[in-house]
Design a protein around this ligand. Structure first.
Ligand code: NAD
Length: 283
């Protein structure tokens, strides 16, 4: 019998911790704030940004939204980021990706001050993660680690297979699992015989972006399956990268989509913003 990993419950727990700390700061006349930049009118980005704003409201973090038109020039966006970097009232800066094609995402990410880079996308912050010297980690992979921790799933010495090697999920996921002494394999689009890796995994983290990609024959008995994917199935219904209905009975623990990793990403973002505040205050 499998156990469902409830991302809503764990994210509520994390957000409550943040809220309590923010309240204590408020009593001292302090405030924690996050600037969220969105360029253009990508509907998915709008949903993500709205969810982040809601989480800010729930935790008492002040959110400032900068909604810029699609035709915004790269230098205008960079100028806004510079202004936010210099504004001591702003603790975290997040620029919702993807950006319109005429804007260089890397330049934008690199423009955010590292101590305000709450997404942990800057090369410097990514490097700190790999060295284990970080204050805050990439939101989605950190969310996965907190889910595992909450359910008492110890990855030390376990065979953990990540499917996907993106900079925002797959690679930082590997660094955090390795930090906890897991044996980590990253599989990707060029991996030959993917199932031979996943079948032997104690923990599978799927971050592919393909609906129901991980099928029951790819999963060994009793595996822990974490589904990071957010996709639409043939009926337009939200689904993950894992064929949940057919895979679940083979697992010991599994995350649903929705209600698994998604809410955790935002909860970690709130936590990272609070950590950023502390770094800035303590110099
Ligand atoms: P991406 O497109 O950047 O990366 C996908 C990865 O999948 C690539 O590294 C690629 O090599 C690998 N891949 C593609 N086809 C494959 C195949 N046939 N076999 C093995 N590997 C294959 O995507 P991403 O940004 O890492 O996101 C992955 C998924 O996670 C998406 O569905 C995205 O929406 C979702 N996501 C969710 C959250 C969250 O908060 N839950 C956050 C970020 C991303």
């Amino acid at each position: 019998m499998y156990k469902l990993i409830d991302g809503k419950e764990v994210s509520a727990f994390i957000k409550n911790q943040v809220k309590d700390e923010v309240e204590v700061l408020k009593e001292k006349g302090e405030s924690v704030s996050l600037a969220v930049i969105i360029v253009g009118d990508n509907p998915a980005s709008r949903v993500y940004v709205n969810n982040k704003k809601k989480a800010c409201e729930a935790t008492g973090i002040i959110s400032y939204e900068y909604a810029l038109p699609e035709e915004t020039k790269e230098e205008e966006l960079l100028a806004l980021i510079k202004e936010l970097n210099e504004n001591s009232e702003i603790n975290g800066i997040l620029c919702q990706l993807p950006l319109p094609k005429h804007i260089d995402e890397k330049k934008v990410i690199d423009a955010i001050a590292s101590e305000k880079d709450v997404d942990c996308f800057r090369a410097e912050n990514v490097g700190k993660m790999w060295l284990g010297e970080y204050d805050f980690a990439a939101c989605t992979p950190k969310g996965v680690m907190l889910l595992l921790e909450y359910y008492g799933i110890d990855v030390c010495g376990k065979n953990c297979v990540i499917i996907g090697r993106s900079n925002i999920v797959g690679k930082p996921m590997a660094s955090l699992l390795l930090e906890k002494s897991a044996t980590v394999t990253i599989c990707h689009s060029k991996t030959k015989d993917l199932a031979s890796f996943t079948r032997n995994a104690d923990v599978i983290v799927a971050a592919v972006g393909r609906p129901k990609f991980v099928t029951a024959d790819m999963v060994g008995d009793g595996a822990v399956v974490v589904d990071v994917g957010i996709n639409r199935d043939e009926n337009g219904k939200l689904c993950g990268d894992v064929d949940f209905e057919n895979v679940k009975e083979k697992t010991s623990y599994i995350t649903p989509v929705p209600g698994g990793c998604g809410p955790m990403t935002i909860a970690v973002l709130m936590r990272n913003t609070l950590v950023a505040y502390r770094i800035q205050k303590n110099g």
